[in-house]
Structures are given as C-alpha cells and as structure tokens.
Design a protein around this ligand. Structure first.
Ligand code: PLP
Length: 230
C-alpha cells in the first residue's frame, strides 16, 4: 500500500497552494479491493472507506464495521432507489446524490428509520466526465427544495473532472466545483465546520487540492490498478 507516497503528494500540493495538509481528508476507494486488504489499509491508518456499489460493499461492511466501528463509510457511486434502505444502514456519508428525487426518497427512508442522513450533492462540472450529477443551473431549485427535507443534511459537493493526460488541465473543472460550493456557502449544514468539497482521484488529486478540495477519493494510487476479482 502506498499511503505514505499519497500523503507526501498531498503535502507537496498543499505547500504549492499555501494550504495545510490537515485540511484534506483521504477517502480510500476500495471497490474491487478484497476485505483482507481493506483491513490492512485500516490498520495502516486509513480511516475513511469509499465504495461504489451497494452489493459489493455489503459483505465488506459486515466484516469490518464490528472490528473498526470508528471507520467512516462513504458511498461514491450512483444509488438506485431500490437500494436506499441498504445504503442508509451502511454509509455515514452518501456523496453521490444526483437528483432531487433521490434526495427526497433518502429523506423519507431516513425518517422511517429515525435518522438524519449526511449527503453531498454531485454536481456535473463537465459534460464529458460524468454521466450522473446535477447541472450547475439546476442547483438553485434543488437546494430550495432540499432545505425543507428534515431527514437529510447536505454537507457539500462532489465533482469529477474529465480525464486528461496532463492533470493540470483538470484545474478549471475543479475551480468550478469550488465556485459552486462557495456560491451556496450558507446552505451547507455543517455547523461550525467547513463544508465538504469532495474532488480529486488518483490521477488528478494534486490539481484538485490546489483548487480547494477538502476530500480526495483515492483508489489506484493506494491499492494499485484495479483488477477484476473473479
Ligand atoms: C473509482 C472512483 C474513485 C477512485 O478512482 P482512482 O482512480 O482509483 O483513484 C474516486 N471517485 C469515484 C466516484 C470513483 O468511482
């Protein structure tokens, strides 16, 4: 595992941008990573896990939650309505809320379970990069309605840049994410804390950090390139 290498790279990006390293949280993306390796990662100090698919994460969650109750679980992939109840049982933060309809349904289920679910809104800052997510132009109406939902708490924004060989070219897209977070700064339900700006993956997290990311989601740079588990 390359945790130190990733931390050093984040540190260098922070230094360039005049930021503090503590401002950036690392979510270890463990899709296609077997539970034994995730356990090693947690023992090595990673305390936030990101998964894309409900079905895949269920067994991992059941194996790891009892052993490591303090680890924070993030859903970073598209959530289908019929999986909402399962998601509510596992994830501390649902980062991939990509429609008002989904947020409303999450709120209803959360109310039935007597909980308040933390969420991020996924915003499409580029047509190419994302199939899912809200357009910036849809944010106003989304947030207006979201404000009346009592069983969800919106804590910030997730976004993705298109893939560029030269990750520096992703910066304008991350800047757009930052701009949206700032534009609605009064909306995020974070109390005294800073809102969450989840952006940056293995190939572009330095660019994201320089543009203000507070949370990077990293798979390949920690665990190696993904291979399908057969
Ligand atoms: C897979 C995934 C990541 C991590 O990608 P890597 O290139 O492996 O770092 C981050 N965010 C989302 C939404 C993903 O699906």
């Amino acid at each position: 595992m390359n945790i130190e290498a990733v931390r050093e790279r984040i540190g260098r990006a922070c230094a360039k941008a005049g930021r503090k390293q503590e401002e950036i949280q690392i979510v270890a993306v463990t899709k296609n990573v077997p539970v034994e390796r995730i356990e090693l990662a947690i023992q090595s100090g990673l305390d936030q896990i990101g998964e894309s698919r409900i079905q895949e994460s269920q067994g991992k969650f059941e194996a790891l939650r009892p052993k490591f109750p303090a680890v924070v679980w993030h859903l970073i992939g598209h959530l289908q309505s019929n999986k909402i109840s399962s998601a509510l049982g596992m994830f501390d933060l649902i980062q991939s809320v990509d429609s008002l309809d989904l947020l409303k349904k999450i709120s209803v289920r959360a109310r039935n379970l007597g909980k308040v679910q933390d969420c991020l809104v996924e915003v499409k800052v580029s047509e190419e990069a994302a199939k899912t997510g809200l357009l910036p132009a849809e944010m106003e109406r989304f947030l207006e309605e979201a404000g009346s939902l009592e069983n969800v708490r919106l804590k910030g924004v997730l976004c993705m840049a298109p893939y560029f060989e030269d990750a520096e070219r992703a910066r304008p897209y991350f800047a757009k994410g930052r701009e949206i977070l700032e534009k609605y700064r009064d909306v995020w339900q974070v109390g005294e804390k800073c809102p969450v700006l989840s952006m940056g993956m293995s190939h572009d997290f330095e660019a994201a950090v320089q543009e203000g990311s507070s949370m990077v989601r990293i798979g390949a740079a920690l665990f190696g390139e993904r291979k399908l588990i057969i």
